[in-house]
Design a protein around this ligand. Structure first.
Ligand code: PGA
Length: 249
């Protein structure tokens, strides 16, 4: 199972240090990694070096744990690695620092920063060119869900975002219905199964995560859904006790 933690614009360096000083000491973490769960953290970009160092030190001390099960990435990358693009994040620099994933097209990027499916496809390509793993976020608004047009919308969002990308390389999809993000209202098991089958029919080789108000109390039923390979967690990943409980499912 994949457990991805999207910290969004939360945690200072001091708070990140406090989180990992408890989180990495826990037997629940060691057990989870031994069970071959894949943990991926998405801190704000400014914490990259700190987190890279913390993970390297931890893995050096715990040689029996596989490096690929504890990793980190950025919440957003730009589709060019360098040049006159003030304020953007370079995937190349992230790679140099030891990051190996990137979230792409998160709904907050789409709604607050006007990112389009075209942008997502360029970013996926940029990540793949560097052998980084993109996690493409997609999902419908409440209006679309209520109008009944959500399946068509989702398939269109995916086909446009995956245009020009190499689906033979690893790409992870994350279904995050906008109405479930940060609202405490997760999609029902039935909603998740429906989207899970729709996606796996179309993209059988791609892994699929669910995100949107995932918490310790609902994670078990979500990850036991057919076609779900893990979860993308926002709020509940900020608290070390909650996230430890969640990854121990
Ligand atoms: P949430 O956020 O778990 O706080 O709903 C999920 C996300 O935005 O990735």
């Amino acid at each position: 199972m994949i457990f991805a933690a999207n910290w969004k614009l939360n945690k200072t360096q001091k708070q990140a240090q406090e989180f990992f000083s408890v989180f990495l000491q826990s037997n629940l973490l060691t057990e989870s990694l031994k069970n071959k769960n894949e943990l991926i953290f998405f801190p704000q970009a400014l914490l990259s070096e700190q987190i890279s160092n913390i993970f390297n030190q931890f893995l050096k001390k715990n040689t029996s744990l596989k490096k690929e099960y504890l990793s980190w990435g950025l919440q957003n990358i730009f589709y060019n690695n360098q040049g006159a693009f003030t304020g953007e994040n370079s995937a190349l620099t992230m790679k140099e620092m030891g990051g190996s994933f990137s979230l792409i097209g998160h709904s907050e990027r789409r709604t607050l920063f006007n990112e389009t499916n075209k942008d997502a496809s360029k970013k996926i390509k940029a990540a793949q060119d560097l052998n980084l793993v993109p996690i493409l976020c997609f999902g419908e608004s409440l209006e679309l869900r209520q109008s009944g047009e959500y399946k068509k919308f989702i398939l269109n969002q995916l086909s446009q975002s995956l245009d020009c990308t190499d689906t033979s390389k690893r790409i992870i999809l994350a279904y995050e219905p906008i109405w479930a993000i940060g609202t405490g209202k997760q999609a029902s098991d039935q909603d998740i199964t429906e989207i899970g089958s729709l996606i796996k029919e179309q993209y059988p080789k791609l892994e699929l995560l669910y995100g949107g108000s995932v918490k310790p109390s609902n994670v078990k039923s979500i990850v036991s859904q057919k076609n779900i390979d893990g979860v993308l967690v926002g709020g509940a990943s900020l608290d070390h006790n909650m996230f430890l409980e969640l990854i121990s499912v």
